[in-house]
Design a binder for this molecule. Structure first.
Ligand SMILES: [Mn+2]
Length: 438
C-alpha cells in the first residue's frame, strides 16, 4: 500500500497544477478525523483545496459534483464505485470499506482491502498518507487513534496500529469499558448508557452504593477516574458491575483497552473525543467538530457546548420513547418517532433501548424518524441475539424500494415518506410470519 500511497501523492501533486482539488469526507468520527488529518497535510504541503463533509454518497450528489476538479474521497466511496464510473471524473479514494463493485478506470483506490493489508480505519489510511508526505505530520497520529476508536477497530490491534499508537504517544490500559475514563467515576457511571447498568445508570444513589461495594475510595472528596484505579480496585469494580448487569452479557466484551491521548494539552479518553465528534455531526454541526480536531480553541468551546446539548437531546429522545405509544407485537416493538427524534440519533436511541433491560432478550426494536421527505429506519435486537434484523428490513422494503445496510444484529434503511403506512404494515407482516416459522 505504501507504493500506492506514493503514487497517489505524485498524482495529487501533478493534478494540483492543472485543476482544483475537492476533498469529500464522511460525517462520523472516523471521517472527520480523516478530513482533519488530510486537510492539515495538504495545507502544510501548500496545496489549495475545498472540503465537504457528507452523510453519505447518493447518486444525485455525485452527479452534482463539478467535472473539472480532482475529487478525493475519504472514509467513503468504496461502495459507490458504479456512480463514480458513471460520473467518469478523475478521482482518488482513501477508504477502508468493503469494495463491492469493479474499480473503474477513472478511480485510484487506496484501501487496505485491495492490498490484503490488516484492517485500518479511514483516519489510519489518511495518517499513512500524511506520514509518507512529511515527517512533520507525526503529530496527526492522535487524530488517527480517535478515528480508530470511533470505528471500533480497537479490538484486534494490527501492527500498523501499534506504530500509530506509538507515534501518538498513546497510553494503553486494560480496563472495564466505560467512558470518559478520565473523569471521576461517579459521574461516568451515572451517565453510562452503554453499558446500561440497572439501578446505577441515571441513579446517583445507585452509583454511590456500587462504589461502596467495590471499595473505591474518594481522594479529597473526589472519586478516582477509571484510568487511575489500581488493578485490585479495577477487579472489584468489574465484579460489582457484573453483579448488577444481566449475568448472561459477555464479560470479555465489556473489558478492553483504554486509549489515553494528549489533546489540547490534556489527558483525554479517545472514546470520549470520538463521542464528542459524533455528537457534533448528529447535531448537524460537523464543521465545528472539524475545527475542534484541527485544534481551534473557539471550535472546542462550541463543540463542548454542542456535546452537552446532544446528551440532553438524547435524554429527551429516550424519555419520548418510554412514553410514546408503540406498535407492540410478539417479540417486536415498532417506535414511530416521526419528527420527535432527529434522524441522525434514531440509531443511537434504538441501540440504547436495545441494551436496556426493559425488553425481553431477542425482541426486535425498530425505530423510525423523519428525514425531510424520507424516513430513517433503525433496527436492533435486544440482548444482541435473535432474528436477523437486516433480513427483516430487506423483506419489508422489497415492494417499496429502499436500500438496507448494516449487519444481522443492527441494520438500517431509508424509505420514502409516502410509504410510511405501507412500510409499517409490511414490517408487521414480516415480523409476524417470521415468528411462526421460528
Ligand atoms: Mn470509517
Amino acid at each position: 500500500m505504501k507504493e500506492a500511497i506514493k503514487k497517489a501523492i505524485e498524482h495529487i501533486d501533478e493534478a494540483s497544477k492543472r485543476k482544483k482539488i475537492r476533498v469529500i469526507s464522511h460525517y462520523d468520527a472516523d471521517g472527520i478525523t480523516s478530513a482533519a488529518i488530510f486537510s492539515r497535510a495538504l495545507q502544510r504541503w501548500g496545496k489549495n483545496f475545498s472540503l465537504e463533509i457528507v452523510k453519505g454518497l447518493e447518486e444525485q450528489y455525485i452527479e452534482s459534483l463539478p467535472n473539472d476538479e480532482l475529487l478525493i474521497f475519504l472514509d467513503l466511496a468504496s461502495g459507490s464505485l458504479n456512480y463514480l464510473a458513471k460520473k467518469g471524473v478523475e478521482t482518488i479514494v482513501f477508504d477502508h470499506h468493503e469494495i463491492i463493485q469493479d474499480i473503474p478506470e477513472n478511480v485510484r483506490m487506496i484501501n487496505p482491502v485491495i492490498f490484503n493489508q490488516e484492517p485500518l480505519s479511514g483516519a489510519g489510511v489518511c495518517y499513512l498518507f500524511a506520514k509518507e508526505l512529511s515527517d512533520h505530520n507525526h503529530d496527526l497520529a492522535t487524530l488517527a487513534v480517535i478515528g480508530m476508536v470511533g470505528d471500533m477497530l480497537d479490538k484486534n490491534l494490527s501492527k500498523t496500529y501499534g506504530i500509530i499508537l506509538q507515534d501518538a504517544e498513546t497510553v494503553v490500559k486494560r480496563s472495564f469499558l466505560l467512558y470518559p475514563s478520565t473523569r471521576p467515576l461517579d459521574k461516568a457511571l451515572e451517565y453510562s448508557s452503554n453499558p446500561y447498568i440497572p439501578g446505577v445508570t441515571g441513579s446517583y444513589k445507585g452509583v454511590l452504593e456500587l462504589l461502596r461495594d467495590a471499595q473505591i475510595p474518594r481522594k479529597n472528596g473526589i472519586f478516582k477516574a477509571l484510568y487511575e484505579l489500581t488493578d485490585e480496585e479495577m477487579g472489584r469494580l468489574i465484579t460489582s458491575i457484573m453483579l448488577r448487569t444481566n449475568s448472561s452479557s459477555k464479560t470479555e466484551e465489556m473489558i478492553g483497552n483504554l486509549y489515553l491521548i494528549k489533546f489540547f494539552n490534556k489527558m483525554e479518553d479517545a472514546r470520549e473525543i470520538s463521542a464528542l465528534i459524533n455528537a457534533c455531526s448528529r447535531m448537524d454541526r460537523p464543521y465545528v467538530a472539524l475545527g475542534f480536531c484541527l485544534g481551534n480553541k473557539s471550535s472546542r468551546e462550541e463543540a463542548e457546548k454542542i456535546y452537552r446539548e446532544y446528551k440532553q437531546h438524547l435524554v429527551s429522545a429516550l424519555r419520548y420513547v418510554s412514553e410514546a405509544e408503540k406498535i407492540a407485537g410478539n417479540k417486536y416493538q415498532i417506535i414511530n418517532a416521526r419528527d420527535n427524534i432527529k434522524d441522525t440519533i434514531i440509531g443511537t436511541v434504538a441501540s440504547i433501548v436495545s441494551h436496556s433491560p426493559v425488553y425481553e432478550r431477542g425482541t426486535v426494536i425498530i425505530a423510525l424518524a423523519y428525514n425531510e421527505d424520507k424516513i430513517k429506519v433503525s433496527a436492533r435486537i435486544a440482548g444482541d441475539s435473535g432474528r436477523n434484523v437486516r433480513e427483516v428490513l430487506t423483506k419489508a422494503v422489497i415492494n417499496l424500494g429502499g436500500e438496507v445496510g448494516g449487519h444481522p444484529e443492527a441494520a438500517g434503511c431509508l424509505i420514502s415518506k409516502e410509504n410510511e403506512i405501507s412500510f409499517i404494515e409490511e414490517l408487521k407482516k414480516v415480523l409476524d410470519i417470521d415468528l411462526v416459522k421460528v
